[in-house]
Every structure is written in structure tokens, then in C-alpha cells.
Write a protein that binds this ligand. Structure first.
Ligand SMILES: *Cc1c(COP(=O)(O)O)cnc(C)c1O
Length: 409
């Protein structure tokens, strides 16, 4: 079964092979997976690559397996470079997106009085790192208000600039909903003022087209397991070449640096200065295949499909009395958040799990506190996040189950 999606670049409808997407995704047979913002289902080629690498490790030993698979691992860097429009030496591979973001952030030499500007949706882990940095160094964090649509106000950002601003940190799409922040406009502001700019793109890479030069960011972090459909324990960090030499990593090992004399080390010149030597190679082999697999589908097509599905999901949920859709923003992506009158998000998640449906409950403990507080959503929300391999039928099924939960009240 092919379905039609609109391809903006080519200005026409394109065929999307949903049957292939389903066939390639073994998990589709067991589960309605609406938690792609938390973790996606791996496609078969990713699973095959990672498991056969583990087999090889068992057969010839992990160091030898590594040498034999050297090219496949190197390939990961070029594939990511292709995906986000940078060079392979501007990419570091790490274990999770928190660490990727942190390695860049903790490398910035903050001083007392430096200002760090963020939006209300900054991810909880980034925010805690920033708080810690303010305590250690005397730097200051300031939250730029939202505009009327809930996006970061680019005007307010521009008006807050002065020579003390050291960093602008923006989460492209928070895990609290479909809102997409205007990171390109923020990039223009950062470029004009010559301020360092880091983007948390955890929810967007693999879901929508991302080009670091269009964004104008200096650093960008993303995990493998979300919209890229890679195994867990994978992420990448992008750092622009011009910025690299000014960022000395907070810790070093023999991958990141060379001890040239007993008193002297040299840090690598490329982005791998942020890596460690030891890693889960099987996961990285899977990650490489996942990025190539994403490129095969074409990100623009994935994006059109995800927008179609999520807009259908919002429309159908809105028709159920007792459901409130909580997503804001001008552009809305695959993350659909809602509350049900008088029901705890964790309890709804539990009931859906009994029906083989995966969703997340997002709340103060795992997401942006500033965002939820400013919107008065202290008890959190249910988050149903779709990917291109989900179907219209799954949405029907999902909404029917939500209707049943509502009827049981
Ligand atoms: C998931 C997520 C992260 C953290 O990624 P990990 O790989 O779990 O460390 C950071 N920011 C946002 C917006 C996220 O959704």
C-alpha cells in the first residue's frame, strides 16, 4: 500500500511506501507504538547490523571485531554529516544526548557575570547543568519569554542582548509537545551578535529536515534512539569547526587527547575530542545503519508524513469530550500532548499499556519545569508521539481506546 505525502521541495505529491515501513519494523506486529519521542522501534536492518556485530565480537573478540568493522564505524560520521549538512570531523559520537549536550556546555569557559539565555522549554537536564554552572562560576541564567504562540520570542531575545551574553541555549522541540521553536531566527540573532549558540535537537533530527548551516548554530545534540530509530545508548554532538579549538572538553582520555611528553598533552583538533575511547560498538554499528535508513526514506518525506498523522490524531482526539489538546506553536510536529478531565497521565499510560499501546506521561520530574509551570500543567500530560511507520488505523484504534477510558469514569 502506497500513500501520498506532499513533498515541498519538488512541489508535488510523492508516494510513501507504508507497507515497506511496516514490514521493516518487527515491533509493529506487537504494539501500537506512539512513544517515538521517547524511543522508536528499530527497523530490521538496524537490529541485524547490531546483533551480527555482537556475534562477531563473541566469535573473534571485541578488539579484533572493532578493527574489522572500522569502516562501518567511520561511515557513521559521514552519514550524520550528510544528514545535518556538516563535515564528518565536526561530529562526536556519545552515549546519550544529555552527555553530548553537556560535553559542549561544560567546555565553555564561563565567568562571573556571564549571561546564559534560554527559552521556557529548555530540557530539564540542560537546565540543571546550567543551574550548576551558575553556582560554580557566578554566571547568570535568564529565561526569555514566549511569544503569543508559545515559541521563544525572538524579539525579546534580541532586546536582551548585551556584551555579557555568553551563550544562547534553545531546545528546538521540547518533550512537552508539538511546538517547534524558530531556531533559524534565533540563529540569525546569535550570528549577528557573535554569541555562542547551542541547540537541543533531540526531538527533531530524523523527524524533520535539520541543516546546521541554515540554523546557524555552533553546537547541536541528538540521541539515536528517538526519531532516528537507532539502538539505545547512542547520540551525536555537532560542533562547528571554528568553535572547536576554543572548547576544551571537561575531561580527557586517550581518544580525546595524546600525552606527548610526561607534562604535556595535546587535545585532538576534531570533534572527537569530546569522545571517550571505550564505547558500545554494536550500538554504534546499528546507529550508522539507522542514519542511512533515515536518509533512504528522505527526511522531508518523513516530515510530511509525521505532520499528516499527528494532525489527524489531534483532530480525532479533539472530537472526544473530556480531551484537551495541549500543543502550542505555529508549526506542530509528531508530539501530541493532551490531558483527560479528572485522570492522571500515569494512570492513562498504564491503561493504554494494557491495550498494547505505548505512550509517555510527561510531568515536572522528566521535562521542562518552566514550561509546565507557566502553562499551569503541574500534573503533566499524556504524550502520544507518532512516526512515519504509524498508520491511520492505529490512530483510529488509539482514539477508540481513549474513548473507552473516558466512558469508564
Ligand atoms: C530525550 C531528550 C533529551 C535527552 O536525551 P538522552 O539521550 O535521554 O540523554 C534532551 N532533550 C530533549 C528535548 C529530549 O527530548
Amino acid at each position: 500500500m502506497f500513500i501520498l505525502v506532499f513533498d515541498k521541495d519538488k512541489g508535488k505529491m510523492m508516494l510513501f511506501d507504508i507497507q515497506r515501513a511496516r514490514r521493516d519494523t518487527p515491533g509493529c506486529a506487537n504494539i501500537v507504538h506512539f512513544d517515538n519521542a521517547g524511543y522508536s522501534l528499530m527497523p530490521q536492518p538496524v537490529l541485524d547490523a547490531a546483533t551480527s556485530y555482537l556475534q562477531l565480537e563473541a566469535q573473534i573478540g571485541s578488539y579484533r571485531a572493532y578493527i574489522r568493522s572500522y569502516e562501518a564505524i567511520e561511515h557513521l560520521y559521514s552519514s550524520i554529516a550528510k544528514l545535518i549538512g556538516c563535515s564528518h570531523d565536526e561530529i562526536a559520537i556519545l552515549e546519550n544526548a544529555t552527555l553530548a549536550w553537556d560535553m559542549a556546555f561544560y567546555s565553555i569557559p564561563f565567568r562571573a557575570g556571564d549571561r546564559i539565555l534560554i527559552g521556557t522549554t529548555e530540557y530539564i537536564n540542560n537546565y540543571m547543568a546550567i543551574l550548576q554552572m551558575t553556582r560554580k562560576t557566578g554566571a547568570i541564567v535568564e529565561v526569555i519569554p514566549d511569544d503569543d504562540y508559545g515559541q521563544i520570542s525572538v524579539e525579546a531575545l534580541r532586546n536582551s542582548l548585551d556584551e555579557r551574553v555568553k551563550l544562547i541555549a534553545i531546545t528546538h522541540t521540547a518533550n512537552t509537545g508539538g511546538l517547534v521553536n524558530p531556531i533559524e531566527e534565533v540563529g540569525k540573532v546569535a550570528r549577528e551578535a557573535g554569541i555562542l549558540y547551542i541547540v537541543d535537537a533531540c526531538q527533531s533530527v530524523g523527524q524533520m529536515p535539520i541543516d546546521v548551516n541554515t540554523i546557524g548554530c555552533d553546537m547541536l545534540a541528538t540521541p539515536g534512539r528517538k526519531y532516528l530509530r537507532a539502538p539505545r545508548g547512542t547520540s551525536f554532538l555537532y560542533v562547528r569547526r571554528e568553535v572547536l579549538e576554543h572548547l576544551e572538553p571537561p575531561f580527557l582520555d586517550t581518544e580525546a587527547a595524546t600525552l606527548v611528553t610526561r607534562n604535556c598533552y595535546e587535545v585532538r583538533s576534531d570533534a572527537r575530542r569530546f569522545e571517550n575511547w571505550e564505547a558500545n560498538i554494536a550500538a554504534r554499528i546499528g546507529f550508522a545503519v539507522a542514519v542511512d535508513y533515515t536518509l533512504q526514506w528522505e527526511v522531508e518525506k518523513i516530515w510530511q508524513r509525521v505532520k499528516q498523522l499527528s494532525s489527524q490524531l489531534r483532530t480525532q482526539l479533539r472530537q472526544l469530550p473530556g480531551v484537551t489538546i495541549q500543543d502550542r506553536g505555529i508549526i506542530q510536529n509528531g508530539l501530541v500532548t493532551f490531558t483527560l478531565e479528572g485522570q492522571e497521565p500515569e494512570e492513562i499510560k498504564r491503561q493504554l499499556a494494557e491495550q498494547n499501546i505505548n505512550v509517555s506521561a510527561v510531568g515536572l520530574h522528566n521535562t521542562s519545569r518552566l514550561d509546565l509551570e507557566s502553562r499551569g500543567l503541574l500534573s503533566g500530560m499524556v504524550r502520544a508521539s507518532v512516526h512515519y511507520y504509524n498508520t491511520e488505523e492505529e490512530i483510529e484504534y488509539f482514539c477508540a481506546k481513549i474513548a473507552e477510558i473516558l466512558a469508564k469514569r
